[in-house]
Design a protein around this ligand. Structure first.
Ligand code: SF4
Ligand SMILES: [Zn+2]
Length: 340
């Protein structure tokens, strides 16, 4: 892990405090997006519920995560969660893939009370094919998965923010509360219950060079492929109130190049093999806060990444090569190892 002087003592949790007394009866966001199921493109319905959010984000938090700002600042009641889902359902168009996020862990009972979990999944019973939630590993238990199944007989998928399979990167650069082993054990528990496991891998945590970040992501795909059905490469984007934002403002951090993402996707697909779905849907792709190149070729590379993610056909991504900025990326990634 390389250089970049660590800034003054972290006050991340303070910077990320949510605005108090927010509306607990309206979801934070609802939208529709492209996805794939069983190898076929499909539509997905996405809800972000307002809850207390990730407990770790309020304690110290991870270096790139600003989700605490989007939380309620207190625990939501079961009644509020019911109202949020009911309001979101007004926009549901029967999409087969449903994703419900909470800016934390859906399976943490402080975020979504146990007694409403099956009510939330039941809203999609007979309508959706797959239901996805996110969780920290410690909340992944057979009972928690059963709570979801009590209301929904389709596929249950749980996404884990593994980020990297290198413990020193996870603890020092990302500052996660859980260890790599805890994530892998949670993925095994998901397999045992018959649920689908999805891993998020972070591309370019702070304090890694661009080349180190590429190698970290490819290595992580190789190391975790046996335990996950889907692996999502998530390039860091600059979120408000984070350590990464401070480094970025001081010129000490650049979000990953799209060329780096392309390399990780191509090499990652080879490492992952045919059985694992390798995807990436970059947030803020093509602008200065997200993964980007020279901005003139960004649209082309992003379209190729999306096509690969949805169809698992990486041919278009393989053929996107031409732009002068590619030389600059190659030059920078080869010289950065020599920098003090
Ligand atoms: S564990 Fe996840 S939600 Fe919590 S602070 Fe870290 S990245 Fe954010
Ligand atoms: Zn370019």
């Amino acid at each position: 892990m390389k250089s970049a002087t660590r800034p003054e003592a972290l006050t991340i949790a303070v910077d990320r405090k949510p605005v108090p007394a927010q509306d607990g009866r309206t979801p934070l966001k609802v939208w529709h997006e492209k996805e794939a199921l069983g190898g076929n493109p499909c539509d997905a319905f996405v809800i972000i519920l307002r809850t207390s959010g990730c407990y770790w984000a309020h304690t110290r938090g991870c270096t790139m995560c600003g989700y605490a700002r989007e939380t309620l600042g207190r625990e939501a009641t079961g009644e509020e969660i019911r109202d949020q889902v009911a309001r979101a359902m007004r926009e549901y168009r029967g999409e087969p893939y449903v994703k419900i996020y909470t800016s934390g862990s859906f399976l943490d009972p402080r975020e979504v009370p146990v007694e409403v979990r099956s009510e939330v999944t039941r809203a999609f019973q007979g309508k959706a094919q797959r239901f996805l939630v996110e969780s920290l590993p410690e909340f992944v238990t057979p009972e928690a998965i059963q709570n979801l199944r009590d209301g929904f007989s389709g596929e249950i998928e749980v996404a884990l923010g593994l980020e990297t399979t290198q413990d020193d990167v996870l603890q020092k650069a990302v500052t996660k509360v859980s260890t790599v082993q805890e994530y892998l054990d949670a993925a095994r528990r998901l397999r045992d219950t018959g649920a689908l496991a999805k891993a998020y891998l972070l591309l370019k945590p702070p304090f890694l060079t661009e080349r180190e970040a590429i190698e970290d992501a490819v290595l992580s795909v190789r190391r975790c492929r046996e335990l996950f059905d889907t692996i999502s490469i998530n390039p860091v984007h600059i979120q408000g109130g984070t350590l990464v934002e401070r480094l970025w403002r001081r010129g000490l951090y650049r979000p990953p190049w799209l060329w780096s993402l392309r390399e990780v996707m191509l090499r990652g697909k080879e490492a992952a093999g045919e059985k694992v779905r390798l995807v990436s849907f970059p947030t803020s792709g093509g602008n200065s806060r997200g993964t980007h190149n020279c901005l003139s070729c960004d649209g082309r590379v992003l379209r190729a990444v999306e096509k690969a993610a949805i169809t698992q056909d990486f041919g278009m991504l393989q053929s996107v090569l031409e732009c002068r900025c590619r030389d600059q990326w190659q030059w920078e990634t080869s010289l950065e190892a020599l920098a003090p």
